[in-house]
Design a protein around this ligand. Structure first.
Ligand SMILES: NC(=O)c1ccc[n+]([C@@H]2O[C@H](COP(=O)([O-])OP(=O)(O)OC[C@H]3O[C@@H](n4cnc5c(N)ncnc54)[C@H](OP(=O)(O)O)[C@@H]3O)[C@@H](O)[C@H]2O)c1
Length: 299
């Protein structure tokens, strides 16, 4: 019997990573579930899949993307357990709410450490083995916020945009060695990251941006509520990405992501800006000037 293909999924403890890891296991993949809380994550995965504790098609690896030593240890363990993975899915991520003025630099740093620097370090550590094997696919989970810079979540938009450019650059480098890159632009799914509890909130609801927060919050919740689909609807898009053969593929997952990519391609930048402004109920340029007195940035 042929050896199962191996996929590493980061952030497999919950949300999209959890259901994706379970789905890929059911489809016959050998899944290396990389996560911060291995025991809790593995028990959820075993519950979802029926895999037994001795099943070597489901392996947990400890990974905290914000810690260089943890990334290094995880890469070593992955290589020891499975050799060069056939696929590496960078799914783990965090989000943020708040205006640029309100968001502490420490949160920008954590955002980039989690969503970009950690994934880059893990990829660097695994690429030599993947190159030597002459095959493999790196999948980067992006977001609609990475396609357009969305107000009130600049660190998240910035890091997802950076993730996309990283993937695009790397694709040109690794394709000659047989390795492909897919960027998945995920639509909206019902996971913790779209809830208040699952997001780091730096908003100052009484500060100079209070008026914007009120409308963005109201409209945003309405839009997210309408668009959000069960996380199980995401897994087909990821499974398809693992079968991609092109050197660089960027694909939407979900109708809202598909629509945004289309609009972003055909509509001029100014029009896209106005559309997002109207959608989120943001007042016209200059209408909140002069700024209320005593408004201080939150550093
Ligand atoms: N849900 C959506 O609507 C949506 C839309 C667009 C893009 N996405 C993207 O999809 C991916 C998965 O998000 P989700 O919706 O599943 O969110 P989620 O339910 O909040 O899950 C986030 C995952 O990332 C892990 N994680 C966070 N910080 C980490 C760190 N320092 N080291 C290792 N793992 C860490 C979490 O692990 P712990 O359990 O240890 O915290 C968790 O497994 C993210 O990249 C997100 O940006 C989601």
């Amino acid at each position: 019997m042929a050896e199962p293909r191996t996929v590493v999924v980061t952030g497999a403890s919950r949300g999209l990573g959890l259901v994706s890891a379970a789905h890929l296991y059911r489809r016959g993949w050998r899944v290396i579930a990389a996560m911060r809380s291995v025991d809790a994550g593995l028990s959820r995965l075993r519950e979802l899949t029926g895999a037994s504790p001795g099943d070597n098609r489901l392996v947990g690896v400890a990974l905290d993307l914000t810690e260089a030593a943890s990334v290094e240890r995880a890469a070593k363990e992955i290589l020891e357990v499975a050799g060069a993975p056939d696929a590496l899915v960078h799914n783990a991520g965090i989000s943020a709410a708040g205006m640029v003025e309100e968001t502490p630099i420490a949160l920008w740093e954590r955002m980039f450490a989690t969503n970009l620097f950690g994934p880059v370090a893990l990829t660097k550590a695994l690429l030599p083995a993947m190159r030597a094997a002459g095959r493999g696919r790196v999948v980067l989970v992006s977001s609609e916020a990475g396609v357009r810079g969305m107000p009130a979540t600049a660190p998240y938009s910035a890091v997802k945009g950076a993730v996309e450019r990283w993937g695009e650059s790397m694709a040109g480098e690794v394709a000659p060695f047989g390795i492909g890159v897919t960027v998945l632009v995920a639509g909206t799914y019902e996971t913790d990251i779209i809830t208040d509890a699952g997001t780091t909130d730096s908003r100052d609801l009484d500060g100079p941006y209070a008026r914007l927060h009120r409308t963005i919050d109201r409209r945003g919740r309405l839009l997210v509520g309408r668009a959000a689909r069960p996380p199980e609807r995401f897994v087909g898009g990821l499974a398809a990405a693992l079968d991609d053969t092109g050197a660089y593929i960027r694909r939407p997952v979900g109708p809202d992501a598909r629509m945004l990519l289309l609009l972003n391609r055909i509509a001029p930048t100014r029009l896209m800006h106005q559309m997002i402004r109207l959608l989120l109920g943001i007042p016209r340029r200059g209408s909140l000037w002069p700024a209320p007195e005593g408004s201080q940035p939150n550093i």
